[in-house]
Each structure stands twice: as structure tokens, then as C-alpha cells.
Design a protein around this ligand. Structure first.
Ligand SMILES: Nc1ncnc2c1ncn2[C@@H]1O[C@H](COP(=O)(O)OP(=O)(O)OP(=O)(O)O)[C@@H](O)[C@H]1O
Length: 272
């Protein structure tokens, strides 16, 4: 088992006490396994994943245990956590604009991250690694992209760069929080296929947050559904999607299906 989360609760600290955002969450993850997380907006999916990555700051109180290969991340020092992130655990976040420093070129930032975590100081080898990962993410003209600053690239490009960096780092765990929202449909397929390939080749464990039922059913083996900070249903991904048992899951899935139907209707009207 790579990740074992036990009784994880997260509170937002406030003057009037703690406000619960995530309540008594438990799950585990093995190598080469993908856990999908489904839940309405604000149900606690991102906060859960950030807590697992040890990314929540002093504005939050985190309780419980998050074991990574038997060591509790919540008890690690800031330095230990930062060494773990990048080399062992990578997170692809929803808003790629906030993942990059606007003051430095893409090349500068990727080289720094890779040299820190891979302990390789030879920039030529690192650049070759980056360009190879860029190609996999359909980022052609990689050398020109490397010279750019974040504001000169679209959200979709930055998202694919973030995923390419994650692939180059080859961590044991990838946490992907709505990784395809900023990307057009054609590139979404590429990104999902590439993440699937990474998993097959390197047995990477994955946690995948998405509102997209088709993506979740394609990529995840098991799934958990979150509602108001708690897990309300868990099981085999396809089974939950096609045969939800709990009321919040039924509601979520039927709303999604209605949206898809409405979208199909609009497209047909436009075509006719
Ligand atoms: N920095 C913060 N301070 C206080 N509360 C926060 C903070 N970030 C998120 N929250 C609250 O925590 C709860 C869970 O948020 P979270 O971002 O985990 O939801 P989510 O399920 O990932 O939603 P979405 O699908 O919209 O990303 C929400 O009520 C949100 O308002």
C-alpha cells in the first residue's frame, strides 16, 4: 500500500473556532491503482487531496493520519514534505496559472524543479527529458515554449506543461485535480491516454478528481463520492456510475447526465 489515509478531518481555522471542511475520510491506494473522486463543487475533494500532499497551511487544522509508504506525512517536517513532493508525489492542480512563477521563464522553472528532485545537474540531459515529455503532451516546438514566460502561454498549454513536468519526474503517486478543465477536447483525450500509459509503464498510483463521468469511468478502478466533506459512497468506478446507491450520488449523476443530454440537444439543433 502506498497511501493509507485514516480518519482525515480538516477544519478551517476562524476566530469563532474551527469549521469542518473534510470529515473522517478514510481510503487507501496501491501501486498501479487509480482512485477517482466525484463530488459536487465544494464537497471537499481538493482540500482532501491538498491535505494528503501536506499542502495545507496554518489556516487549516488537519487531524488524522496520512501514511505514505508507512510514514505519516502529517508528522513530517516542512523539509521532508517538500522532498517528498515532486520526487514521490506530484499534484496537477486545476488552475495552471497559479502553478508557475510569473517572473521566470518556463525553462528556468522546469530545470529548477527537475534538478532539485532528480539530483541531476546536467541541464542538457534535463532539457532532453523535458522535450521528450513535451512531445508526449502534444507540445511541439518545445524549445520555443521553454523560452516563454507563463503569461505568454494559454491555460491549456500551461496545464499540459504541468502534466509533462509530472511525467518527467516519474513519481510514485500522481494526484490530478480536474486536470483537463483548461484543455480542449482533442488534447483531453491525449492527456488521459498519456496518464493511462504512465500508469501502465511505471505502476504509478493515481488519485483523479473530475466531474466528467466518462473520464472517471475510463481511468479509475475504484471511486469514492464526496458530499459536504464526507465520503457517502465508494466502490468500483463503473458500478457507482451506472448503478449509484446513495441519494447524493444519484442526484449528482442524474444532474450530470441531464447536462450531457441538454448539450447533445443544443448541438443537434445547431447542426440542423
Ligand atoms: N482557503 C480556504 N479557506 C476556507 N475554506 C476553504 C478554503 N478553500 C476551500 N474552502 C472551503 O472548503 C470546502 C471544500 O472545498 P474544496 O475546494 O475541497 O471543494 P471541491 O470539492 O474540490 O470543489 P470544486 O469541485 O469546485 O473544486 C468548500 O466549502 C470551500 O469553500
Amino acid at each position: 500500500m502506498i497511501i493509507d489515509v485514516k480518519n482525515l478531518s480538516v477544519y478551517a481555522r476562524s476566530k469563532s473556532g474551527g469549521f469542518p471542511l473534510v470529515k473522517e475520510v478514510n481510503f487507501s491506494l496501491h501501486a498501479n491503482e487509480c482512485l477517482g473522486i466525484l463530488g459536487e463543487s465544494g464537497s471537499g475533494k481538493s482540500i482532501t487531496c491538498k491535505a494528503v500532499m501536506g499542502l495545507l497551511d496554518e489556516r487549516f487544522e488537519v487531524q488524522g493520519e496520512v501514511f505514505f509508504n508507512g510514514r505519516d506525512i502529517l508528522k513530517m517536517s516542512a523539509k521532508e514534505k517538500s522532498l517528498l513532493r515532486g520526487k514521490e508525489m506530484c499534484m496537477i492542480i486545476q488552475n495552471p496559472m497559479t502553478a508557475f512563477n510569473p517572473l521566470f521563464s518556463i525553462e528556468n522553472q522546469l530545470l529548477e524543479t527537475l534538478s532539485t528532485h532528480l539530483h541531476v545537474k546536467d541541464n542538457k540531459s534535463l532539457l532532453a527529458l523535458i522535450l521528450e515529455a513535451f512531445e508526449k503532451m502534444n507540445l511541439h516546438e518545445g524549445e520555443a515554449i521553454l523560452k516563454k514566460y507563463p503569461h505568454q502561454l494559454s491555460g491549456g498549454m500551461l496545464q499540459r506543461i504541468m502534466i509533462a513536468l509530472c511525467i518527467a519526474l516519474n513519481p510514485s503517486v500522481i494526484i490530478a485535480d480536474e486536470p483537463t478543465t483548461a484543455i480542449d477536447v482533442i488534447n483531453q483525450v491525449e492527456v488521459i491516454n498519456e496518464l493511462k500509459k504512465v500508469r501502465e509503464l511505471f505502476h504509478t498510483a493515481m488519485i483523479f478528481i473530475s466531474h466528467d463521468l466518462s473520464i472517471l469511468s475510463q481511468i479509475s478502478d475504484k471511486m469514492m463520492v464526496m458530499h459536504q466533506g464526507s465520503i457517502v459512497e465508494r466502490g468500483v468506478a463503473k458500478e457507482i456510475i451506472f448503478n449509484p446507491k446513495e441519494a447524493p450520488t444519484k442526484e449528482l449523476i442524474s444532474t450530470r447526465l441531464k447536462l450531457i443530454e441538454a448539450f447533445r440537444g443544443c448541438v443537434q439543433e445547431c447542426v440542423c
